[in-house]
Write a protein that binds this ligand. Structure first.
Ligand SMILES: Nc1nc2c(ncn2[C@@H]2O[C@H](COP(=O)(O)OP(=O)(O)OP(=O)(O)O)[C@@H](O)[C@H]2O)c(=O)[nH]1
Ligand SMILES: [Mg+2]
Length: 274
């Protein structure tokens, strides 16, 4: 079995820093991982890149040749990647085999994970090629102090979960910058009543039914939970890695059946078993 983490999330949420952190952690414990850059707009990396989409296409070239702005240019690049997936990526992945572990550092446009097909095509291709994949959805902890922002972040994570149908770990990044780390605990397994109460406090009475529906939706998908990551604490990195290993069934007997997202949500509540 081959393993991969697909590291996604909004622009600037800490995806590349996450990849760097995990790579360093794994290097330190002599566990081989390789990082793949899938961001055609990336400029520099702290980690060493094993496969780079910029060898196929770069945002600068596309913007210049197609007269596109940065967002349109990025979408063009990703569609180009989608069209050349088997030919280019297939070739690049050739040297990787059993027990190899890749981290895919992805671009930050969230529409790529919600309503464009490129990542779905990408994931389906990797699955067909025998890769066991876990999605890491990064959300910046600096933006979730207020409940409406936390809910907006949760909904975007949920939309990626529904679109990609893979084991999924939501990560709260930049926790080292948080003054009150204990306050983050309440976001690990958010309480629906509390969410509803906080939302109602911050919106007018017209929004009550909408708030109710949104919180009900998140509660139904009981797996919209977040794991805080403090990159300055080795233990935090280890805990997260363990959680991802469980989600991806790294090192487990391959007879064990993967729990598919399609089995969710559990109508009786309760999170996933992994
Ligand atoms: N202190 C601290 N800063 C962080 C952390 N993660 C990211 N940053 C900073 O946040 C900024 C964005 O981080 P990146 O890792 O580049 O984020 P990204 O999601 O890859 O960004 P895009 O690829 O542009 O979407 C950089 O200035 C990082 O140094 C973290 O855990 N702690
Ligand atoms: Mg990045």
């Amino acid at each position: 079995m081959k393993y991969a983490q697909l590291v996604v999330g909004p622009a600037g949420s800490g995806k590349s820093t996450y990849c760097d952190t995990i790579k360093q952690h794994c290097d330190a414990i002599s566990r081989p991982v390789h990082v793949v850059n899938l961001d055609p707009a990336a400029e520099e990396f702290k980690y060493s890149v094993s496969i780079d989409v910029r060898d196929l296409i770069t945002l600068d070239d596309v913007m210049e040749e197609m007269q596109l702005g940065p967002n349109g240019g990025l979408l063009y690049c990703m569609e180009y990647l989608e069209e050349n997936l088997e030919e280019w990526l297939g070739e690049e992945l050739q040297p990787y085999g059993d027990d190899d572990y890749l981290l895919f550092d992805c671009p930050g446009q969230i529409e790529l994970y919600s309503h464009l097909s490129v990542f779905r095509t990408f994931v389906d291709y990797l699955k067909r090629e025998g890769w066991q994949i876990c999605v890491i959805y990064c959300l910046d902890s600096q933006f979730i102090a207020e409940m409406p922002k936390f809910i907006a972040g949760s909904l975007s994570a949920l939309s990626a979960m529904v679109q990609l149908e893979l084991p999924h770990v939501n990560v709260l990044t930049k926790v080292d910058l948080c003054k009150n780390k204990d306050a983050l605990e309440s976001f690990r397994f958010p309480d629906p009543l509390e969410m509803r109460h906080e939302l109602d406090k911050q919106t007018g009475p017209h929004f009550r039914r909408l708030n109710d529906a949104v919180v009900g939706l998140l509660d139904d998908f009981a797996m919209v939970t977040f794991t805080p990551l403090d990159i300055s604490e080795e233990e935090s990195v280890e805990d997260l890695m363990l959680q991802v290993d469980m989600a991806i069934q790294y090192g487990e007997d391959q007879e064990v059946k993967t729990q598919e997202f399609g089995d969710m949500p559990d109508p009786d509540g309760g999170g996933p078993d992994y």
